[in-house]
Write a protein that binds this ligand. Structure first.
Ligand SMILES: Cc1cc2nc3c(=O)[nH]c(=O)nc-3n(C[C@H](O)[C@H](O)[C@H](O)COP(=O)(O)OP(=O)(O)OC[C@H]3O[C@@H](n4cnc5c(N)ncnc54)[C@H](O)[C@@H]3O)c2cc1C
Length: 455
């Protein structure tokens, strides 16, 4: 039986699962289908309830993973096939091309400077984030390797001024490119790491156990919800997180998308879209504390900024969370138990009027704010369905992985040898993810065979 384990998903849960297993001497394959490890935590500014800098906590762990002799990181990699074999699992993975040689790239950034095309960054386009067609997923990315937007190589970016994609033959046919500015810049640095002709690669492994740590994603509100995608100054709480982040697109300046001016009065609508046909049909647990964190940090940036949280039910379920909420109130954050029913924009100022029912008094009220943040909740990873099919395990009705027994076996699945932790189990915060990850790693190490699994 193989001595190694595989972890799918390299957010804070996958990373902690990997580090724990590796410290016990187990060989770990840490797989993520994006270009860097880190998950959601790498995008956050500070973390409740301590308000420590998120990437300052996670980056050293990412670095440790990268340098651990027992851990092999496989980014841009998808799981394609799994079969029970020899008491463990035979696994087929596909590593999609980054079009950059991971061994040769040093992350120097010269290729990015040379690239002539700038596009909106998928992470924070709405609040001003941009990237080149060859780019680093984020500054602390691990591996610290650039990746090329596949649309560039396929020629879809020619109209935007891309230097490649206009040849008679496809990039995959050449082994030398005299045209691409990123290739030339990299050669000038003496690296020759850009590989426009790179293809996908199959990887076959045998592992003892598999841990699913595929995490969560932030729910995107439907167009029109409280003015989202209709009015410029309505953003989501993930976009606000990027806005207040010193490493984000505005360098931590809390400015409005419409005029790039500082916002002096900001509202947060909690449970935005919850309970609607297209919305999130459950409480995501973390949003009250996320909004509380965001108001506290906003006031740290500028104590004169007015902050209002329109909430339904206040969830402060964890250790230190109630004190965190009290701190926000002492700092002047206004919490209004309210049901907002519409939002409209002043076309001149681009300010937003929120009309709501005050649930304490039953009165209809309104406030004018300069920026409106929608706390939209957490959803399961949109890749869970495909993953569940390959692993032959079930999802619950919400799309998270189903536990074997929610009380007595919450990290196990119906298939012996396949475990689950972190956001893959449901809405969760960071500390709970770490606890689950550590426990799941022990279960994965201690698994002594899965005869009869996956039949
Ligand atoms: C705006 C916002 C603010 C937050 N602030 C806080 C906070 O201050 N404090 C706190 O405790 N929590 C906070 N949270 C919650 C926190 O982000 C989660 O608890 C945490 O990210 C869960 O970690 P995870 O590793 O389980 O999942 P993730 O961070 O989502 O990582 C999952 C990883 O799996 C990968 N993946 C997904 N599917 C596949 C697949 N099929 N194959 C391969 N890889 C896959 C993803 O690419 C990703 O890298 C916040 C959440 C949001 C949205």
């Amino acid at each position: 039986m193989a001595d190694s384990i595989m972890i799918i998903g390299a957010g804070v849960a996958g990373i902690n699962c990997a580090l724990n297993a590796a410290k016990y001497g187990t060989k770990v394959y840490l797989v993520d289908d994006t270009a860097s490890i880190g998950g959601m935590m790498a995008r956050l500014d500070k973390t409740f309830p301590t308000n420590d800098c998120s990437i300052c906590i996670e980056a050293p762990q990412m670095y440790e993973v990268d340098n651990h002799p027992n851990i092999e990181i496989l980014t841009n990699t998808e799981l394609r096939k799994v079969n029970a074999a020899n008491g463990g699992f035979k696994v087929r993975l596909v590593k999609k091309a980054k079009f950059v040689d991971e061994e040769k790239c040093t992350g120097c950034g010269e290729c990015m400077k040379a690239c002539p095309v700038t596009v909106a960054h998928e992470m924070d386009g709405k609040v001003g984030g941009t990237r080149k067609l060859i780019y680093m997923p984020f500054p602390q990315a691990v591996p610290n390797v650039a990746v090329i937007d596949p649309d560039c190589r396929s020629g879809k970016m020619r109209e935007k001024g891309a230097c490649v994609g206009g040849c008679v033959v496809d990039c995959s046919q050449c082994r030398e490119c005299p045209i691409a500015l990123c290739v030339l810049a990299c050669k000038k640095e003496g690296k020759d790491a850009v590989r426009l002709w790179q293809g996908s690669k199959n990887i076959d492994l045998e592992v003892r156990s598999i841990v699913v740590a595929s995490g969560i994603t932030d729910a995107k509100p439907p167009k029109g919800l409280h003015g989202y995608e209709v009015y410029d100054n309505v953003i989501t709480y993930t976009q606000f997180e990027r806005l207040m982040n010193a490493g984000g697109p505005t360098g931590g300046q809390i400015i409005r998308p419409s005029d790039k001016k500082h916002a002096h009065k900001i509202g947060w609508i909690q449970c935005a879209g919850r309970g609607l046909d297209h919305g999130v049909p459950y409480c995501s647990k973390v949003c009250c504390m996320v909004a509380t964190k965001q108001t506290i940090i906003t006031k740290e940036h500028d104590p004169s900024v007015e902050t209002i949280v329109y909430y339904n039910d206040l969830k402060a379920y964890g250790k230190g969370f109630w004190g965190f909420y009290r701190k926000a109130k002492e700092n002047g954050v206004r919490y209004v138990k309210a049901r907002p029913y519409d939002v409209f924009e002043d076309p001149e100022t681009k300010n937003l009027t929120v009309r709501y029912e005050d649930l304490e008094t039953g009165e209809l009220r309104k406030d004018e704010v300069e920026l409106l943040v929608l706390s939209t909740g957490l959803l399961p990873s949109e890749r869970n369905q495909r993953l569940a099919k390959v692993l032959k395990i079930e999802l619950d009705k919400l799309g998270y992985f189903k536990e074997k027994d929610p009380l007595m076996a919450p990290l196990e699945t119906e298939v012996k040898g396949i475990y689950v932790c972190g956001g893959a189990t449901g809405p969760i915060d960071i500390s709970e993810s770490v606890v689950q990850a550590t426990a799941a790693s022990m279960k994965a190490i201690l698994n002594r065979g899965n005869e009869g699994a996956m039949e």
